[in-house]
Write a protein that binds this ligand. Structure first.
Ligand SMILES: NC(=O)c1ccc[n+]([C@@H]2O[C@H](COP(=O)([O-])OP(=O)(O)OC[C@H]3O[C@@H](n4cnc5c(N)ncnc54)[C@H](OP(=O)(O)O)[C@@H]3O)[C@@H](O)[C@H]2O)c1
Length: 372
């Protein structure tokens, strides 16, 4: 038996997050059982975990060992969640731990006793049964906590630079840029000589990024934001942006500033605007409001969604392996994640904890240690 965190959204809109005992099945020949020791709470986990519930409606019950959290999800959100209604769902995209049992195949046996990192969901659990080929053995000097966030943010940050090269752009723009992922992206770009324009919304976030060597940082809360952004775009020639925010005016402002920057150096006037394609990929949903685009962006532009897994499928196994190997070799440097708190499964279900990690604020990432 192992303790597992579950999120259950009822058709009535009541959300219940709780801990349940689940039997650990014996591994099949190609599977292993991992004692999970670390799993991050990333923004990409929050949608499943908290189901966009009204933050003011959270209530705690149960005991300290077996907390139960309930909350209300607005009825306008329910249609988009139809497929999960009434289902008690496990949570946690990625994690790491020690292999405590292995199936009979050589690949599974080879992992016994090893500390591995995993991707595949249901990581907020004490024991995860998983295929051996979904595990990656961590180097001896890397702990489960250091290796738990090895996939989602590192691979996404690397994939941004890959997308830039494949789609013929020469520099990048990134929003919510002081995020954990944004800091990794800065380190990659500095190392690889890629110009990166960071957009943040607070002075302390700008200072944080400058502290790790970022050259172009613009603050959307300042009155000179559009001028500063345009100047950075003239200097870098960036025509591709990855936008974690998604809602409001920012994506359109970026395209508008790119168009202004391109026209500033144009030698000829075109009544349709520049012919250079400008692209914003919305890869997060930190703001759920509609995206607004003013028509100062010319005619060669696009806004689209971007997700890591379809990108990895598109580039194929050999290139995915190349990116993974880079992440593993730089886990303690470029791709190191910082956590403000390490909590148990029960500790993740206090209202105080949810109030902090639920905001996805800069430098407030939580790590769950289900074996704690
Ligand atoms: N598409 C994919 O495949 C994929 C893969 C991995 C990650 N992601 C996305 O990557 C983003 C970053 O993840 P992370 O783990 O690095 O995040 P994180 O460390 O938790 O940081 C989140 C950042 O977003 C900012 N933020 C939150 N709400 C905001 C809003 N409404 N407007 C502007 N900024 C806001 C925070 O700044 P404040 O302190 O000012 O709130 C903070 O700097 C997330 O959106 C995540 O969903 C997407």
């Amino acid at each position: 038996m192992a303790l597992e965190l579950r999120s259950l959204l009822q058709p009535t809109g009541e959300l219940e997050i709780s801990l349940v005992d689940v039997p650990t099945p014996a591994p099949t020949a190609d599977e292993v059982v991992v004692r999970v020791e670390a799993a991050p709470i990333n923004p990409s986990d929050l949608g499943l975990l908290l189901a966009a519930a009204d933050p003011a409606s959270f209530k705690a019950s149960g005991s300290a060992d077996r907390p139960v959290v309930t909350a209300a999800v607005h009825e306008r959100v329910l249609p988009a969640m139809k497929a999960r209604l009434g289902e008690s769902l496990p949570v946690g995209n990625e994690g790491a731990g020690v292999v405590i049992k292995a199936g009979t195949s050589p690949a599974a046996q080879a992992l016994l006793g090893k500390t591995v990192s995993m991707i595949g969901g249901a990581m907020y659990t004490q024991e995860r049964v998983i295929r051996a080929d979904q595990c990656m053995v961590l180097p001896d000097d890397v702990t489960a906590a250091e290796g738990a966030s090895w996939f989602v943010n590192p691979m996404t940050a690397l994939a941004m630079t890959e997308t830039m090269k494949r789609e013929g752009h020469k520099a990048l723009v990134h929003t919510a840029a002081a995020s954990n992922l944004g800091q990794m992206l800065n380190k990659i770009c500095l190392k690889d000589g890629i110009a990166l324009v960071n957009i943040v919304r607070k002075p302390e976030q700008a200072a944080l990024l400058r502290g790790i060597g970022a050259k172009h940082v613009v603050d959307s809360s300042t009155p000179t934001f559009m001028e500063d952004l345009t100047a950075a775009l003239v200097e870098t020639g960036a025509t591709l942006a990855f936008d974690a925010i998604g809602g409001g005016k920012l994506a359109g402002q970026i395209l508008g500033a790119m168009e202004t920057a391109i026209n500033r150096t144009a030698t000829e006037y075109s009544r349709y605007g520049s012919a250079v394609h400008k692209q914003v990929y919305v890869y997060g949903g930190l703001d759920r409001s509609p995206i607004e685009v003013a028509r100062n962006v010319g005619m060669a532009w696009g806004i689209g969604g971007w997700l890591l897994f379809p990108f990895l499928q598109k580039i194929g196994a050999a290139d995915v392996e190349r990116l993974k190997q880079r992440v593993v070799s730089e886990l303690k440097t470029t791709f190191a994640s910082q956590y403000t708190q390490v909590v148990s499964l029960a500790g993740a279900l206090t209202l105080d904890a949810i109030g902090v990690y639920g905001k996805a604020a800069t430098g407030e990432k939580y790590l769950i240690n289900p074996s704690k």
